[in-house]
Design a binder for this molecule. Structure first.
Ligand code: SF4
Ligand code: SF4
Length: 436
């Protein structure tokens, strides 16, 4: 049996069964039965949409606690570029990185630098020409999982290159091991994450056997502590910590990865439901003049991740300021991929169909026919009152033995009304018989 790790989890005690979340899930992974939500593990892509929309905060992303740092003699921080957007325009990148050191990390490596390396590798891979176009970025793990469960025809379009987080972790470990002669197992690499999907990609990677990252910390968890540290760092502090240029910093927001490619035939889409629409266009072969698609699950890209603190649009304005400052410190040409072959995925991605009704083809076809019949009998309102996200999903649940037709309030009303009619008819016959 397949084991699924998911960072997005449900706290059942907090769930009030309001059904808000079922409509927003892009893979129809949530059901509400007996007044409580459940997540179908095979379908969840850890996009975090349900975390955002639950009014009772019943969904959450499980990340590593800060106490995990104490397990390692050497502690390394990998700040996601979106961290820079979480601070106002009076707080420089230099102060943020210094603040991380003050928090207890021994080293800090910018993921933005690794993003520039990934951009360089991407340019070369597209330039080499032997890729299926449009190439789809694999930087957002929720989007990669979406392709895996809903768009099998696009698996070969995915850019099979490691994410900036993984590249940064690899460089950090190698650099510290070589420079300081410290064994790799004594080095703890901690990614400071804007989202749940990154946690899942570290704990259960799809592209290789094991991640170089040892722990994932929530941006939310460290934000206040970091802000406190930054306050005591002089406003004009300029250590030697910054190593990325404007392109790497820009990766945090939507369109950043496209800009770094310096080619016009790109498309940037953000928000998981918009991503689905664009993927449908690709499947229908309607995006012929696009070579590269940057697809990010969250609104405004990683700046809108469920573990961020600042409103994504405010964060986007903050980031622009950071990008402009980075342009003053030009690192262009420094962060390149010497040999990008090292950065390619070492595992093939398999399609994980979520709609398969049975392993046996014949049985699956019979169940599909049954599903269609049940669906035809449902009202087609997709009201969600039954606890399934749509009438079709309820029909599927019934075929799978997970729900009943009477979970639909309209069907229940029909049944009750039929029963009442039968009772009336029976009463009438009974009266006639007793009068006779
Ligand atoms: S994390 Fe995304 S895919 Fe998973 S249950 Fe929530 S909304 Fe659905
Ligand atoms: S949004 Fe979903 S998880 Fe939150 S209370 Fe409503 S049913 Fe429960």
């Amino acid at each position: 049996m397949t084991n699924y790790f998911h960072s997005v989890t449900l706290e059942e005690d907090k769930c009030r069964g309001c059904t808000n979340c079922i409509k927003h899930c892009p893979t129809e992974a949530i059901r509400v039965r007996n007044g409580k939500a459940t997540i179908i593990k095979e379908r969840c892509i850890d996009c975090g949409e349900c975390i955002r929309v639950c009014p009772y905060h019943a969904k959450k992303a499980v990340t590593d606690p800060i106490s995990e740092l104490s397990k390692y003699p050497v502690k390394v921080a990998l700040p996601a570029p979106s961290l820079y957007g979480q601070f106002g325009q009076d707080i420089s990148r230099e102060r943020i990185l210094k603040g991380l050191l003050e928090l207890g990390f021994d080293w800090v490596f910018e993921v933005a630098k690794a993003a520039e390396i990934v951009s360089d590798a991407t340019r070369r891979i597209i330039g080499a020409g032997n890729v299926k176009k449009p190439v789809i970025s694999s930087a957002c793990p929720a989007v990669v999982r979406l392709v895996q469960v809903r768009f099998p025809n696009l698996i070969n379009n995915l850019l099979k290159i490691e994410s900036p987080m993984e590249v940064a972790a690899r460089i950090a470990k190698q650099t510290i091991t070589e420079r300081e002669n410290i064994p790799a197992e004594e080095i703890g690499i901690f990614f400071i994450s804007p989202c749940a999907a990154k946690v899942t990609s570290v704990k259960a990677p799809y592209e290789k056997k094991e991640s170089f990252v040892n722990g994932v910390l929530s941006m939310k968890d460290i934000h206040i502590k970091l802000l406190e540290k930054i306050k005591s760092i002089p406003w004009d502090f300029d250590g030697d910590l910054v190593s990325s240029g404007a392109y790497g910093v820009g990766w945090a927001g939507s369109g950043g990865e496209c800009s770094a490619l310096e080619t016009p035939r790109t498309l940037a889409v953000h928000g998981i439901h918009n991503v689905i629409n664009i993927f449908e266009e690709i499947v229908e072969d309607r995006l012929k003049n696009v070579d590269f698609v940057e697809a990010l699950s969250c609104t405004e890209g990683c700046l809108g991740g469920p573990l961020t603190v600042v409103n994504p649009f405010v964060a986007s304005t903050n980031l622009k300021w950071q990008v402009n400052r980075a342009k003053e410190r030009d690192f262009s040409g420094e962060n390149t991929a010497a040999d990008y072959q090292d950065l390619l995925w070492t595992k093939d991605m398999e399609y994980k169909p979520i709609l398969k009704l049975d392993d046996n083809m014949m049985k699956a076809m019979i169940k599909m026919q049954k599903l269609e019949e049940i669906n035809d009998g449902l009202p087609g309102l997709d009201c969600g009152a039954c606890g399934s996200p749509s009438c079709r999903a309820l029909a599927e649940d019934i075929v799978r033995g997970l729900a009943f037709e009477t979970d639909c309030i309209f069907k229940l009303r029909e049944k009750v009304s039929d029963l009442a009619d039968h009772m009336k008819a029976f009463e009438h016959i009974y009266r006639q018989k007793t009068e006779d």
